[in-house]
Design a protein around this ligand. Sequence first.
Ligand code: IPD
Length: 274
Amino acid sequence: MDAEIADYLKTGVEVARTAGKEINGAFLEEKRIECKSSAVDLVTETDKHVEDLIISTLKKKYPTHSFIGEESTAAGKHCEWTDNPTWIIDPVDGTTNFVHSFPYVAVSIGLTINRQIVLGIVYIPVLDDLYTATKGGGAFLNGKKIQVSCQEDLKQSLLLSEVGSSRMESEVTIKMKNYQALVLAGVHGLRSIGSAAVSMCLVAKGCNDAYYEYGIHSWDMAAGAVIVLEAGGVLLDTTGGPFDLLSRRVLVASSRKLADSVSSHLTHLELPRD
Ligand code: IPD
């Protein structure tokens, strides 16, 4: 691995573990909750504090780098993605899980250079599971190499998706229609675990075969995207076209054949870009 990327990875892992300690410390405590875009789009003091901690640590070490963070964007900072090295951060992916002390909560840190995702770190502090990947260097869970399943058959597959935080009837209707279409197509199961980053890592680990979602953001998927790719999976737009980090939608799968089968059952939603 390139020495510069190795240094970014080491720093990113250190800061993700520090952030994880903060999350674990607050996990069973009572949380002060605020709402963002909807009554079910939640944020806690921990989200804000952990994002500040991650960005200030990385900024100190890499003062010329750029940053996109979920909570800074929610607070009004423009989401500007350039060729400059850009850290894309979701301090607490799975905030609703965190609020309910449901364990799938992750720190998600991706780094892009020339708008290519070059590394991804997803740390689930409650489980002490650390997923990492660098472009061309493979994907790992707690230091052990991981690989997607070899599933190609929709009828033999276990899928993941989410209803997300929009409560617009038109959006929810399409999402439910998609659930119904896949269930009736005969999949083994369709799970929702409340974190895009963790969902992508479970596909990378091979214990789930595909995940799609409409309505997520770049910070939910940047790190998971490179982890799935490096584990041998495919990363696409939900239509089956090329993945676009700002498009608010994603489809990952163990194989192109399975991705195409999932995509063929979806009614697609167009969403405002990040
Ligand atoms: C959310 C999670 C969830 C997804 C939502 C995201 P957050 O991220 O990834 O799985 O369904 O669309 O917003 O808000 O907990 O960081």
